[in-house]
Design a protein around this ligand. Structure first.
Ligand code: FAD
Length: 424
């Protein structure tokens, strides 16, 4: 008798956890991803700010699942799902027939209807995004080093991060350290105090998912690093050379988007309702209405938690849902998903963080050490853990940012009036 075929789309936190949890199940698993690597997104900001190299935070999916005999990995892009014929459509390969389907295709940035901002304010979701942001930041510093016009130089040395959630706070802190401490030793005209880093949040405070007292501490810590925090200030415009806050235009050549997310188009593939962020509204057991063989998990799924609030788009939710989806397949029983919240973490610069574990609230260096331990522990691959641990230790003692490589073509809006390759 042939074993049931489980197709999992997406090898991020949710999909990979589901595949691993099916290791001893009597099923054949096909894991499809459009990328050949699993990415540890929580450390992308370190790639974007030259603290880590891309390979430190990503691992080939095939290598991760090398020892799992019942999994086949397919590198391809899913373009649709035929629910009736139980087939997943691929951009290159032949459609895949499934008995059970788990969709874990994550999310992308959302510019709240202003997609024209994307070209000037890249976000970080993938390795390519992070290296593009790294290029933008490092090029701005290079151009500033030789710029003679003071206004343009100040604009090149102004970095604006939009979005005051954990990613925005982490990005702003890391840019401040890069621009104010790490590079000032290697440049002749950039001193620690000539760069400006702005963190702009439309809501009334930073880190809205954290308790107000921790958010206040995070704000104080990030301001100590030299970041100027603007809260309650929605961005009203973004162009190549400035960002607008209401009527105020702030000259800058580097804007980074860390504000909104939009789920993958899974709701469209399945022809089912989605919430305002495009996430598939799932049943309590993560299946879609009327289709017990299809589950949607992670950032692509919208589900309300026990507290009546939507579950957040974070890695622990995706992983627990991946495990839950696999358990339903192995046991053949439907059960409602219950999220266990083990806490929230966000880091601010090289030795501070804020942590909420139930009633325990921590900030400062101890919180940072816990943050480092947790992130190293959850990284895929022993080599990556070793490299990241060693890198952080080195960065900590030396303020070095060893991955300061400008790759790809220079971005056009960084060009000086003399052109990109001529001396100013
Ligand atoms: C910069 C950043 C920082 C973050 N920091 C934290 C943090 O500190 N703590 C935390 O808990 N969470 C953090 N998150 C959120 C966390 O990374 C996500 O919640 C988590 O990755 C969601 O897991 P997922 O499996 O749903 O999707 P992902 O992990 O995003 O995986 C989706 C996978 O699907 C693949 N895919 C997408 N579309 C297709 C398609 N059409 N065909 C084939 N494959 C496809 C993608 O290539 C990807 O591999 C962060 C996210 C970002 C972007």
């Amino acid at each position: 008798m042939t074993r049931p075929h489980v197709v999992i789309v997406g090898a991020g936190f949710g999909g990979l956890t589901a595949a691993r949890a099916l290791a001893h199940a009597p099923v054949e698993v096909t894991l499809v991803d459009r990328r050949n690597h699993h990415l540890f997104q929580p450390l992308l900001y370190q790639v974007a700010t030259a603290g880590l190299s891309p390979a430190d935070i990503a691992a080939p999916i095939r290598a991760i699942l090398r020892g799992q005999r019942n999994v086949r990995v397919v590198l391809d892009e899913v373009t649709g799902v035929d629910r009736t014929a139980r087939r997943v459509m691929l951009a290159c390969g032949a459609p895949l027939r499934f008995d059970r389907l788990i969709i874990a295709t994550g999310a992308r940035h959302s510019y709240f209807g202003r997609d024209d901002w994307a070209v000037h304010a890249p976000g970080i979701k993938t390795i390519d995004d992070a290296t593009a942001v790294r290029r933008k930041v490092l090029l701005a510093l290079e151009r500033a080093e030789t710029e003679t016009d003071p206004a343009r130089r100040q604009s090149l040395l102004t970095f604006a991060v939009i979005g005051g959630g954990p990613t925005g706070v982490e990005m702003a802190g890391a840019i401040a350290e890069l621009a104010r401490r790490s590079v000032s030793r290697d440049f002749r005209t950039i001193t620690p105090h000539c760069s400006r880093v702005l963190l702009i949040e439309a809501g009334p405070r930073l880190l809205p998912a954290f308790p107000p007292s921790l958010a206040e501490r995070a704000k104080a810590s990030i301001e100590e690093l030299g970041v100027t925090v603007h809260v309650g200030m929605p961005v009203t415009g973004i162009a190549a050379d400035h960002v607008e806050l209401g009527r105020q235009a702030i000259p800058t050549h580097t804007v980074i988007w860390a504000a909104g997310v939009q789920a993958s188009p899974a709701a469209r593939w399945l022809g089912v309702p989605a919430d305002r962020m495009g996430r598939v509204t799932v049943e309590p057991d993560l299946t879609i209405t009327g289709c017990p063989d299809i589950q949607v998990i992670g950032d692509t799924a919208a589900l309300t938690g026990a507290d009546g609030r939507p579950l957040p788009g974070i890695a622990p939710v995706a992983k627990q849902q991946g495990r839950h989806a696999a358990r339903m397949i192995t046991t053949g029983q439907s059960r409602p998903f219950r999220y266990r919240d083990y806490g929230k973490l966000a880091t601010i610069g090289r030795h501070r963080a804020v942590i909420e574990f139930g009633r325990l609230r921590l900030s400062g260096t101890l919180a940072w050490l816990l943050w480092c331990t947790a992130h190293i522990f959850f990284l895929a691959g022993f080599r990556n853990r070793l490299l990241v641990g060693a890198n952080w230790l080195w960065n900590y003692v030396s303020f070095e940012r060893g991955a300061r490589l400008i790759t790809g073509e220079p971005t056009p809006n960084m060009e000086t009036k003399h052109g990109p390759h001529e001396p100013a």
